[in-house]
Structures are given as structure tokens and as C-alpha cells.
Design a protein around this ligand. Structure first.
Ligand SMILES: O=C(O)CCC(=O)C(=O)O
Length: 305
């Protein structure tokens, strides 16, 4: 992978073999070519678009988020590093309300709803697009990663025409580099038929969204590479509901945290799932913002779904 030694990546503490790592394809030059954008999304299952959001806007959102975590003792300023402590349980006893207020920060909302994003995603759908109101913020301290899954079981109850927009809010170092996709997985026929009709909340705990607890074994068994890149603030990865993805462990030195946000978009003409729209905002399982990993103090580990 350019700019990094693949052996540097780990998942759940396991070093990822270099042969499994590849580069995400950058589609930024297709921004003036709607057909090209759509063809690339169909072919690859994702679009990597550099600085789709003004990097200063993304960094302002990051600062706003981290200032609120600094207020509960989790982030040390001005270095924006993890303090190792948290006063969230006492300082902000309603976890959901705390996270909701962070997610409704004006700088963060300016980033997630920026007109260029609206334009790009509407272009991709070929009609006006609208984002879900409920957003997924992630502040990853060292050691945190996300298990491999696809977004289908979360977001397709009302329509399958949904895309995830993952938004980088940091200029990430190689060690913080994070999101990976399983190359070509959006086309795997067995995977697609297994997903169709799978609604995580309605499965009532009988089925998990997590597709692999050991992504290395999974990728080797499927002879698939894990594609990633060094993300900059304002870069987006727009991807299909079937694309299997996750995040490598944050291995940044010096307690640097990784801040990202994922938001779902769909054509405005399609029905919306009220769980992800105001005024409901009950989230996948009905727990509102309180059910997300980001609602936990940074000192607590993340759950897998
Ligand atoms: O950033 C991460 O850790 C994972 C993001 C993710 O799973 C998503 O955007 O659907």
C-alpha cells in the first residue's frame, strides 16, 4: 500500500499480512462525470472522494467534538489526545443525551450536510438526495477498531437505495488509518442472497451483523484483499449497503484519537425509516443515541453488533 507498510495494520491485535492489503481506488477525478461516478460505484462498491468536504470544515467539526469530550475529562487539550480518564458517568449521566448534543454540534452538522456532499450524492443517485438525521460518530482511541460487517441489515428497512457516507474528520497518520473494505464483496452472490431481507433489529438477537471476528482468516478464505488508504480530513468513502467493511485498530502513538462520522443518504423520493429521522431518532434498536459505541466513555470498550 502506498505510504504505509502493510504489516503495520492490525485487527483485534492481529497483524494483517502484507499480501492482504491493497489501495482503495480514488475516484475524485470523476466528479465532473456523473456516468463515470455511477459506473465506478457499481464496479468497486465504493467511491473514494478526496476533500469532498472542505478540510477546514471537517477539522472544525473534529475540534468541536473533541472540545466536548475534553469537557468531560476524556481529551487533553490542546494536543487532542486521550487522557486515559472520563468524567462522563458523573458529568453527563444521560449517555444518549450527551452524544446527541455532540452530534447536533453546529460545526459537525455543517460538515455532514455540506452542499458539495448534497450535490455529489444527488449526482450519484441521479435525483435529489437527503441524509438521515441520525448520524454515527466515532472517536477511536488506540486499540479500537470496527468488526467486519455490511450496512444492509441496519438501513434498508424502508428502501434499499441507501448509501453510507463515511467522513474523515482528521488528517490521519498511517497508524490511525482505519477504514477498510473487502474488495469485491458487494458482488458476492452468496453474500447478497444471505443479506436480502435481513433486518438486524427484527432478528431479535438471533443473528449478528458482524460477518467475521477474524478478518484475516475471512479475507484469506475468500481470497479477497482489504483495501484502505490514508484518509485526510474531508475525504469521504461513499459505499453500497452490501460492501463488507470494518476498521483496523487505531495504533497511533501518543494517544492520538481517530474521529470519523458515518451518515446514510438516500433519494429524497424514497420512503425513510423513521428510526433514523427526526423527531423519532430512536436508532436501530430503539435506544436513541444512547445505544451507540460513541455514547460510552472513551475508557470503555466497544460492543460488536
Ligand atoms: O469507522 C469505523 O470504525 C467503521 C465505520 C463503519 O462501519 C461504517 O461507516 O458503516
Amino acid at each position: 500500500m502506498s505510504g504505509a507498510t502493510a504489516a503495520e495494520f492490525t485487527s483485534d491485535g492481529r497483524p494483517v499480512p502484507a499480501a492482504l492489503i491493497g489501495d482503495l481506488i480514488d475516484s475524485s477525478e470523476l466528479l465532473t462525470n456523473p456516468d463515470g461516478l455511477r459506473a465506478s460505484l457499481q464496479e468497486n462498491g465504493y467511491l473514494l472522494l478526496r476533500a469532498a468536504i472542505d478540510p477546514d470544515t471537517a477539522l472544525a467539526a473534529r475540534r468541536e467534538v473533541l472540545a466536548q469530550l475534553a469537557a468531560v475529562g476524556e481529551i487533553d487539550m490542546p494536543g487532542e489526545t486521550f487522557s486515559g480518564n472520563s468524567r462522563r458517568p458523573t458529568g453527563a449521566p444521560d449517555a444518549g443525551e450527551f452524544l446527541r448534543a455532540v452530534c447536533d454540534g453546529p460545526q459537525l452538522r455543517t460538515a455532514t450536510s455540506c452542499p458539495n456532499l448534497q450535490y455529489i450524492i444527488s449526482t450519484v443517485f441521479g435525483e435529489p438526495a437527503r441524509s438521515h438525521d441520525y448520524i454515527f460518530l466515532r472517536v477511536a482511541i488506540a486499540g479500537r477498531g470496527t468488526a467486519a460487517h455490511c450496512d444492509y441489515p441496519f438501513f434498508t428497512r424502508a428502501t434499499e437505495r441507501v448509501l453510507t457516507c463515511w467522513l474523515g474528520l482528521s488528517d490521519l497518520s498511517v497508524e490511525q488509518d482505519s477504514l477498510y473494505v473487502v474488495e469485491g464483496s458487494h458482488r458476492w452472490k452468496d453474500h447478497i442472497s444471505a443479506m436480502r431481507g435481513f433486518d438486524l433489529e427484527r432478528a431479535e438477537g438471533k443473528r449478528r451483523a458482524t460477518l467475521a471476528d477474524n478478518i484475516i482468516r475471512f479475507a484469506e478464505a475468500h481470497r479477497a484483499r482489504l483495501l484502505t488508504t490514508r484518509f485526510g480530513a474531508g475525504d469521504i468513502l461513499l459505499f453500497s449497503m452490501y460492501l463488507i467493511h470494518g476498521a483496523f485498530d487505531n495504533r497511533a502513538p501518543g494517544k492520538l484519537v481517530r474521529v470519523s462520522c458515518d451518515v446514510r443518504w438516500q433519494p429524497a423520493s424514497e420512503p425513510f425509516d423513521p428510526r433514523y429521522m427526526a423527531p423519532d431518532l430512536s436508532g436501530t434498536f430503539g435506544g436513541g443515541y444512547g445505544e451507540l459505541n460513541a455514547a460510552k466513555p472513551l475508557t470503555e470498550g466497544w460492543h460488536k453488533r
